[in-house]
Design a protein around this ligand. Structure first.
Ligand code: NAP
Length: 539
């Protein structure tokens, strides 16, 4: 902050709101709308130069939904549902960003959003019982409540490769793709990382680069997305079925439209099993695992049986058997990492101008001015893309200096993993709702009820003439123990991935989101609210 700016905003001029929202992505936009409905004055401060969060920043080639577009959009406005036409079953980033801009305009949200305003700090004022945020430009604002809609996957992670800054070409992270784009046509491009972002990007850019080198550390289970345009007749059917679509999503564990087969894979004959695997393989999107026998998504025999089916599918698609074996996942259970969907990913490795490098076998030693040097070889490149993921959940919170009661910072408190009550609050940080911690599964379906609950909690505080709500230390302790105990047993805790913070060197290992299914989480929150916000201290 410059001294001029400090002087220019006197105490009287500091903007005051009931609620300050950090972020204008999917949850921030909805929180703003919902808070207005409840009669609060709310304002969102957004780092980006546009709204959309994830769909503003992740503009890398190939970026698109893996969830069905019509299950991902907001459900709160019938008018919006009827007037917005999703063009594809799995919509691409440009369209998704357009959608969120359309929402911002339609509901006149922009008057309460300040773009290009990165929040640097949020400090709780114990005398005034309010939060004060300071933006990068030095401006300040105060609010009784603070909502961090900062996303679970928004703090990009680039490994500390030696010589990282010495590269003379162009380099960027998938999650911070330049708005003006990156010229890749005819270039020698290296991509580090083969998670969901890398898989989408690699498939798309292989069409235009002169040479592509893919640096893979862990092979993934990837399955065909089978995207297609939405025909007019289907569009009409979708619009008529929104109540059923959303009802179904609310009933399933991850808020997706797919429902598990209640049979065990091992309870049917091998022929029946294979028939089901093949039938689902032809379907689009996540049906291949979320409509499958329920136990393929649990550690055990069924999981391994389906994993082998997947491995064979990969072997069928890659011409060179050595390359095929490099692409076949063998070190983690099927479903223990997020499963990328793809649109021709494996065939990319049949192209003459594409090289797959195993960096577990021969780790990257350094970035050089000319490219990347591994233990075995040097690769000359014009462009390096870091598809190396995110410091999930806590990373985006830690980018803001958040200080609660008694001078305690949230970063220090979460040093050994998040300590929250139901993912929404942490003791000692009154009126702060960290809503990026409680979402699981299909993001918007999980986020809407969560935002509803959080905003209704604020209304409860106001309407009952309290001024503060904060998680009790005991409720927090019990919840944190529950996350540790229940979280350790579930499939997505079993691999080294962002789900458990294992992708970031030095980060404490532990499940970063709720271990319960979406319906269970909603029921728990509803019960807490029905019991007068049990587990929270109100004063
Ligand atoms: P990610 O899944 O964490 O993948 C990061 C990749 O970088 C992995 O292949 C990882 O290898 C590799 N990597 C990290 N550090 C490395 C190092 N030092 N050397 C070599 N390789 C390294 O990140 P992501 O692909 O960005 O996806 C993150 C999440 O975003 C997804 O799980 C998903 O939830 C979401 N996402 C969603 C969509 C969608 O809905 N369509 C699209 C993209 C992303 P290891 O596996 O060995 O760690």
């Amino acid at each position: 902050m410059t001294s001029t700016q400090q002087q220019s905003q006197t105490a009287e001029e500091i903007e005051q709101y009931d609620v300050i929202i950090i972020g204008a992505g999917v949850t921030g936009l909805y929180a703003l709308w919902r808070l207005r409905q409840l009669g609060f004055s709310a304002h969102s401060f957004e780092e980006g130069s546009g709204v959309g969060g994830t769909w503003f920043w992740n503009r890398y080639p190939g970026c698109r939904f893996d969830s069905e577009s019509y299950t991902y959009g907001y459900s709160f406005s019938e008018e919006l549902l009827q007037e917005w036409d999703w063009k594809e079953h799995y919509s691409g980033q440009p369209e998704n960003e357009r959608y969120l801009n359309y929402v911002a305009d339609k509901f006149d949200l922009r008057r309460d959003i300040r773009l290009n305003s990165r929040v640097m700090s949020a400090v709780f004022d114990e005398n005034e019982n309010c939060w004060e945020v300071v933006m990068e430009d030095g401006n300040r604002a105060r609010g009784q409540f603070l909502v961090t809609s900062v996303g679970i996957l928004s703090a990009g992670y680039v490994p500390e490769f030696e010589g990282k800054d010495s590269f003379k070409g162009v380099s960027c992270h998938t999650g911070r793709w330049p708005q003006e784009g990156v010229d890749l046509a005819g270039k020698r491009v290296g991509v580090i990382g083969t998670g969901a972002s890398g898989v989408q990007l690699i498939t798309e850019i292989a069409k235009e680069v002169s040479h592509l080198t893919v640096f893979q550390r862990t092979a993934n289970f990837c399955a065909p997305l089978r995207n297609s345009p939405i025909e007019d007749e289907t569009q009409r059917e979708i619009k008529e079925s929104f109540p059923e679509i959303f009802k179904k999503c609310l009933e399933t564990p991850g808020s997706f439209v797919h429902e598990f087969d209640p049979r065990s894979a091992m309870s049917v004959t091998p022929e029946e099993r294979l028939e089901q695997y093949e039938r689902l393989w032809q379907k689009s999107g996540f049906a291949k695992w979320l409509s499958n026998f329920y136990d393929v998504m649990m550690p055990g025999e069924a999981n391994e049986d389906y994993a082998e089916f997947f491995r064979n599918k990969i072997r069928e698609r890659v011409n060179d058997p050595v390359v095929a074996e490099m692409l076949v996942p063998k070190t983690h259970m099927f479903g223990s990492k997020r499963l990328p969907c793809e649109s021709g990913y494996y065939e990319v490795f049949n192209q003459d101008n594409v090289l797959l490098v195993d960096v577990r076998e021969a780790p990257i030693e350094r970035i050089t001015p000319a490219g990347i040097k591994t233990k075995d070889a040097e690769y000359d490149l014009d462009v390096i893309v870091f598809a190396t993921g995110f410091d999930a959940v806590t990373g985006s919170l830690n980018r803001v200096y958040i200080r609660g009661e008694g001078g305690q910072t949230l970063k220090d408190k979460f040093a050994n993993g998040p300590r929250t009550y139901m993912g929404v609050q942490s003791a000692g940080f009154p009126n702060l709702f960290t809503i990026n911690q409680a979402s699981v599964g299909n993001f918007v379906r999980a986020a809407e009820p969560l935002v509803d609950w959080v905003t209704e909690a604020m209304a409860y505080v106001r309407d009952n003439e309290y001024s503060l709500i904060s998680a009790s230390p005991q409720a927090e302790e019990e919840w944190t123990q529950h996350v540790a105990d229940a979280g350790a047993k579930i499939l997505r805790s079993q691999a080294d991935s962002w789900f458990v913070g294992a992708n970031i060197p030095g980060k404490a290992r532990g499940l970063l989101t709720a271990p319960d299914t979406a319906p269970v989480m909603r029921a728990k929150r509803d019960e807490v609210a029905a019991n007068g916000y049990e587990g929270f201290l109100l004063q």
